[in-house]
Ligand binder design. Structure first.
Ligand code: ZN
Length: 366
C-alpha cells in the first residue's frame, strides 16, 4: 500500500507544482503525507457527495482538479460549504489533493486528454511556457564521463520531445591548482594541473534542478565540481497552456459541432458563425480559455474549442475561426479518467477509482 506522499510524488513528477499559474493553489490541501493510502477517488471537483463517496468506500485520498481552497480562508468554522467539507475530510482522515493548472500546463494533462477524445493528430502546446528548462555544462575527467552522463540522464536530464539521453560532449584540457586545504582527486598542492576533460552539455527541466545537481555531485570524482547553469529562452512543445492538432480528415462545421456535442455530452454548444471552409486544425483549452483565442488565431486554427466565453469574446475571430464553448465541466470531465488511469498504471495493485458522480453545477433548461 503506497503512502499518500508516494502518490503525490508520482503525480508531481507528471505535473510539477512549479508549473502551476501564479494565481493557483494546487497541491495537498489537507491530510497526512505519511499515512498509508487505503484508496484514492478522482473527481473534477470536491463536493459533499464526493466526500461521502470516499467515506463509504473507506478511501482516504481524494484527488481533484479544481482546488477547493482558492482564496485564503480566515476561519475553519464550517459556516460555508468549503470549510464544512474540509472539517469533514480532516475528521475522517481523508487527504485532499488538487492537481490544477500544473496539469493544464503539460501536454499529457487535461488538454492532451481532450485532444485524444477529439482524435487530434500531431498535438502541440498552444501557448508554450517560457523559462521551463535550463542548461547544465559540466567538466569531468574522460574516464568518468560515462558514469556522470548516465547519472544525469537517470535524474531526468537530456530529454527533448521524443528523445532522451540528448547531450553534447567535447574534449579539452582543464586546468586547476589545488590550494592549501584542498584534497584533490588528481594533482598536488601548489602545482598547476592540466587534465584531459570532457565538457558535457545537456538541458533539464527546472523542477528537476535539485535532482540533477545531486546526481552530478554524487557521480563526479572531483572535490569541487566545475559546472555552469544557464537560463534558456527555448520553448518546448510539451509545456504550456492549451493544445492544437489536426483532425484525421476535414469536417463541415455543423458535423464537427455535433461530434463535439456527442463526445462531451454537452447540453448546448455556444458558437459564432465561423468560416465557410471545412474544419481540420483544432485548438483546444479545457476550462476557461478565453485568453488563448488569439493564440488559436495565430496558429490558423479552423476551430477553437474551450469554455466560459463571454458575449464579446465571440466577436474576436470574426469569420476566421469557429469558436465553440462546450461548457467548463464538459471540457474537463475526462480529467478524472486521466488521473485514475495514470495512477492505476503506476500502482496496479492499489484501489483508484474515478467517481461516477457528475459535479457539474450548471444545468441546461431546454
Ligand atoms: Zn477548470
Amino acid at each position: 500500500m503506497p503512502t499518500i506522499g508516494e502518490i503525490i510524488n508520482f503525480l508531481e513528477t507528471k505535473a510539477p507544482l512549479s508549473l502551476q499559474e501564479s494565481y493557483d493553489n494546487a497541491g495537498l490541501v489537507c491530510g497526512d503525507r505519511n499515512a498509508p493510502c487505503s484508496g484514492a477517488l478522482t473527481s473534477l471537483d470536491l463536493t459533499i457527495e464526493i466526500m461521502n463517496e470516499a467515506i463509504e468506500k473507506k478511501f482516504n485520498l481524494i484527488i481533484v482538479h479544481h482546488p477547493p481552497i482558492f482564496k485564503p480562508l480566515k476561519k475553519l468554522d464550517g459556516n460555508n460549504t468549503t470549510t464544512a467539507m474540509l472539517i469533514k475530510a480532516i475528521q475522517h482522515g481523508i487527504a485532499v489533493y488538487a492537481i490544477h493548472t500544473n496539469l493544464d500546463n503539460v501536454i499529457w494533462g487535461v488538454n492532451g486528454e481532450i485532444s485524444e477524445r477529439i482524435g487530434l493528430q500531431n498535438v502541440k502546446v498552444l501557448s508554450p511556457l517560457q523559462h521551463t528548462h535550463q542548461k547544465l555544462v559540466v567538466y569531468v575527467p574522460k574516464e568518468h564521463e560515462e558514469k556522470l552522463k548516465s547519472a544525469l540522464f537517470d535524474a531526468g536530464g537530456g530529454s527533448i520531445g521524443n528523445y532522451s539521453e540528448c547531450s553534447f560532449n567535447s574534449e579539452g584540457i582543464g586546468t586547476f591548482k589545488p590550494l592549501e586545504g584542498a584534497n584533490p582527486f588528481i594533482g598536488s598542492l601548489g602545482k598547476r594541473e592540466n587534465t584531459a576533460e570532457i565538457k558535457i552539455e545537456l538541458i533539464f527541466p527546472i523542477h528537476l534542478k535539485f535532482q540533477i545537481l545531486s546526481a552530478m555531485h554524487a557521480s563526479h570524482p572531483y572535490e569541487t565540481v566545475a559546472y555552469d547553469i544557464m537560463p534558456l529562452a527555448n520553448e518546448f512543445n510539451e509545456i504550456g497552456a492549451g493544445a492544437y492538432g489536426d483532425l484525421p480528415y476535414p469536417m463541415e462545421a455543423n458535423d464537427f459541432l455535433r461530434f463535439l456535442k456527442d463526445t462531451f455530452h454537452t447540453g448546448v454548444i455556444r458558437h459564432n458563425n465561423g468560416p465557410k471552409r471545412k474544419i481540420k486544425r483544432i485548438a483546444i483549452c479545457g476550462g476557461s480559455g478565453k485568453s488563448l483565442i488569439n493564440n488559436a488565431l495565430q496558429i490558423n486554427a479552423d476551430s477553437y474549442v474551450t469554455a466560459d466565453l463571454g458575449y464579446h469574446d465571440f466577436f474576436i475571430p470574426a469569420d476566421n475561426m469557429l469558436l465553440a464553448d462546450i461548457g467548463h465541466f464538459e471540457s474537463e470531465q475526462y480529467t478524472s479518467d486521466l488521473l485514475a488511469r495514470m495512477l492505476n498504471k503506476k500502482f496496479p495493485t492499489f484501489a483508484v477509482l474515478k467517481s461516477a458522480r457528475k459535479t457539474n453545477p450548471v444545468n441546461y433548461f431546454l
